[in-house]
Design a protein around this ligand. Sequence first.
Ligand code: MEZ
Length: 567
Amino acid sequence: SSFLSGIHKKNQVSCADCHGKSLTVDDSETALNKNCKGCHGGFADLAAKTKEHINPHNSHLGETNCTACHKGHVASKAYCNYCHSFAMKIPAMGTEKESTDKKWVQESAPNKKDLKSNRVESTDVVVIGAGGSGYVASITAHDAGAKVILLEKMPITGGNSMLAAGGINAARTRYQERLGMHDDPAEMVKETMKGGRDKNDPELVKVLAYKSADAVDFLVSLGADMTDLVRSGGVAVDRTHRPVGGAAVGPHLIKVYRENAAKRNIDVRVNSEVVQILSDGKGRVTGVQVKGKHSGVYTINAKAVIDTAGGFAANNELVGSYKPQFKETASSNQPGATGEGMFLAEKVGAKLIDMEQIQIHPTMGGETKVLISETVRGSGAILVNHAGKRFVNELTTRDKASAAILAQPEKSAFLVLGESTRKSNVQIDGYIVLGLVQQADSIAGLAAKMGVPADALAATVAAYNKAFEAKKDPEFQRQDIPRPVDGPKYYAIWVKPGRHHTMGGVKINTEAQVIAKDGKPITGFYAAGEVTGGVHGWNRLGGNAITDTVVFGRIAGSNAASFVKEA
Ligand code: MEZ
């Protein structure tokens, strides 16, 4: 056949060479992937051999299963192309249409005999969704003595956290103090509430803020680097912590989480979709039913369940049902962010809140699904319209910045920045690699490339640089101007707003317990991260999502483990 299995056969590779003697495959395809790497080398070896512009073995997704892209018995497909449109040739690839089909559906293994199996397993804690919150909850529950199974429906772990570009907001951390900066969790509460238009649950916000510095310490204890600081929109201090050089926080954290889970032998299963949360009918959650890619539907009985299945900004239909005007806008989310975790919880009695609150991020790269991080503005970039003029305070909250862009006749704008800003934020080099950045040696040259009037852009940049010198922005009251738009090279990125975060979801209390429609906690049921509602109100501040995943992931993991001990 023209599939990888056929190519292998032609090259004298036997079925057992890939599948092992038993010819069975677990849902995570563990042995299969080990065998791929045994013959072809690990990602580092493969990346070193790649001469192409885009290197899929050295990407923000990190070291994942080979089988996420390279399929044995069906057409291979570049996982990256669920979000990107790279012209990537991989062996036995499907047609261009198949390979860039943006809708993710769980693939079933060929020759599956039996969709429903009698398999029943037992554990202390099941965690649904291996994004940031899922990993944090699993690691915390494990370290508190619980036996944990972490389930992920996608072929790779990481969830939306994997794509997080910005950082983690935390107030009064040792990194802020080291730089002589004074921050206060009370200010974080105030700004988070104001950003969320006061629709947040104030008790959840207090927990978020007052436990945020601990969250950073926890990440550092796992081996993460959170030493760099930057300003996010709607915040009066540099509170967003990220790795040195301004590297994207998500890929770094997911690498750290994967390593920590592996070190602890936590049972992490990909290709494992939870199709039902089980309950005893008397208000207590008792486990889950899972559809494994190879094993079919099976049951895991658990003393506690933690729902960390994420939001739904990648789900066109669902977004459209709440906000028809956002239905066809681009989404910055990974393709698995489709919201099932909320409705699975609702079926066992959970209350869903704020479902129609969908965040539009101001700066997605032109027609792509690539998010241009808010930290680019925080590092010094300005927003300029097609007339070459600034039109909004770049560090306002996202809802306001997005609305200002959408009020422009072209419904798009440009980020304009200078050399010192580029150097301060390594992510900009990544946007250059992706072909999203226009560059010129002069403002007039840049204006020509952007198609905006050169004199207007020159006047805009001159006024902004004057504001930088004066540390005061009379035009738009931007509260922080860390760098001018300086040469020798100048840069512009065409941006449009796109769907980024769903603020609504499962109602929780400050103990991360899932709350039922009658206002009482559901026994044995916890949730954390984007699957929940209430923390961010009607508009999330940049940098608060990672705080949410770590703070409430830890609370959920710790409380689930304590509950298991008592149960
Ligand atoms: O928290 C976020 O969503 C964030 C900081 C995104 C970004 O623009 O980088």
